[in-house]
Design a protein around this ligand. Structure first.
Ligand SMILES: [Zn+2]
Ligand SMILES: [Zn+2]
Length: 378
């Protein structure tokens, strides 16, 4: 039975409020890093110097034989101006907000670390706590893993969670296999031939070709395993000038390597068809960002079992993966483990200026992480 002591819970919630007041953007989390390191000061953990700038890695070594488990939280905020009147700890920095709940992940991990350090006699093996910077856009989880973090500490299993609005408070929502999609982004430039707006017959409009391409992509590149959406489309300067070029860019989400490769071939074919019909040519630049986040079957079953009976947590089976991406996938690519969602009640979506996670989720997250450490460190 995991009972979070009142003083630990209070310290974790205080930490959450402080982090929430001072969000910092991906890769620039200097104050956040300092706040976390200060909070860890008296826990008796071994705290390591940063590997990639603003990360914090701390280790609890029980000295007893057992596996090494890595628990990870992300620490970065977003370029969003908070619009929350219902909390007294709203962001004090216009244009920056913890709108993805990473303040909650970080303070839940702190709560878990404090509890595990205090109760280390009921634990075997080692726990590696990681406060990771730059999850949003920069996917610094990849950089951190590539420093040899997992090998250096001999990590066998990994675990993390992400808050999920709209799901009942404390619901743990997950599936075995692919939990979240892999993502890539791409930019397409279409070359036509510009001209006078009065003589479209003498020009090759890149705008019409781009519009055609965007419609084809929307129609044919969205099925059960693939989602593709265009977030930017730009061309031209003046009403009566047909420009030479148009460009658009978008994101591609797929559930496995096969559908990723297939989607890229379809995307190329569609652009070739547009060129053939419209007389244009194109260039495309694609960069693959995140692999899919895949939960290991055995770890999933063990943790699912372990959280049964943990106060406040209730498991809910997820029937299909979500198309959001998560850089914890880089850890899961190399070590068996799990990432699960924890319901945060309020339905305002992540990344929204009114996004709100109640303080209780700090406790739910901490108990989930403790359960993972107790289970996987055996
Ligand atoms: Zn996010
Ligand atoms: Zn997030």
């Amino acid at each position: 039975m995991i009972r979070l002591d009142e003083d630990i819970m209070r310290a974790a919630v205080d930490l959450r409020h402080e982090l929430h007041r001072h969000p910092e953007l991906a890769g620039r989390e200097d104050l956040t890093c300092k706040i976390i390191r200060d909070a860890l000061d008296n826990l008796g953990l071994l705290v390591f110097p940063p590997r990639i700038g603003t990360d914090t890695v701390a280790v609890l070594d029980t000295g007893r034989p057992g596996a090494t488990t890595l628990l990870r939280a992300d620490i970065d905020g977003l370029a969003v101006t908070e619009d929350n009147r219902r909390i007294c700890f709203a962001s004090e920095h216009p244009g920056r907000m913890h709108a993805c709940g990473h303040d909650v992940h970080s303070s839940a991990l702190f709560g878990a670390a404090a509890w595990l350090a205090r109760n280390s006699e009921s634990l075997s093996g080692r726990v590696v706590f990681v406060w990771q910077p730059g999850e949003e856009n920069l996917h610094l989880g990849k950089n951190l893993v590539e420093t040899g973090l997992l090998e250096y500490f001999g990590v066998e299993h990994v675990a993390a969670f992400h808050c999920l609005p709209g799901l009942p408070l404390g619901a743990v929502y997950a599936r075995s296999g692919t939990q979240m999609a892999g993502s890539a982004h791409f930019k397409v430039v279409i070359h036509g031939r510009g001209g006078h707006g009065s003589r479209p017959d003498l020009a090759t409009s890149p705008i019409e070709a781009a519009a055609d391409a965007v419609l084809r992509i929307g129609r044919h590149l969205n099925d059960g395993t693939t989602v593709c959406s265009i977030g930017r489309l730009a061309s031209g300067e003046m009403d009566n000038v047909i420009p030479d070029d148009a460009e658009f860019s978008g994101t591609l989400r797929t559930l496995d390597a096969k559908s990723h490769d297939r989607a890229l071939v379809s995307l190329g074919n569609m652009l070739d068809e547009v060129d053939a019909v419209r007389g244009t040519s194109h260039e495309i630049v694609i960069s693959s960002d995140y692999p899919p986040a895949v939960n290991d079957l055995e770890c999933f079953s063990r943790l699912r079992q372990a959280i049964q009976g943990v106060a406040g947590l209730e498991f809910m089976e997820m029937d299909s993966p979500r198309m959001t991406a998560e850089d914890f996938a880089f850890y899961l690519e190399r070590r068996s483990g799990v990432i699960m969602f924890i319901g945060s009640g309020d339905g305002t979506p992540l990344h929204n200026p009114k996004m709100f996670v109640p303080d209780e989720v700090v406790g739910f997250g901490a108990r989930y992480l403790i359960a993972a450490a107790l289970e996987f460190c055996r």
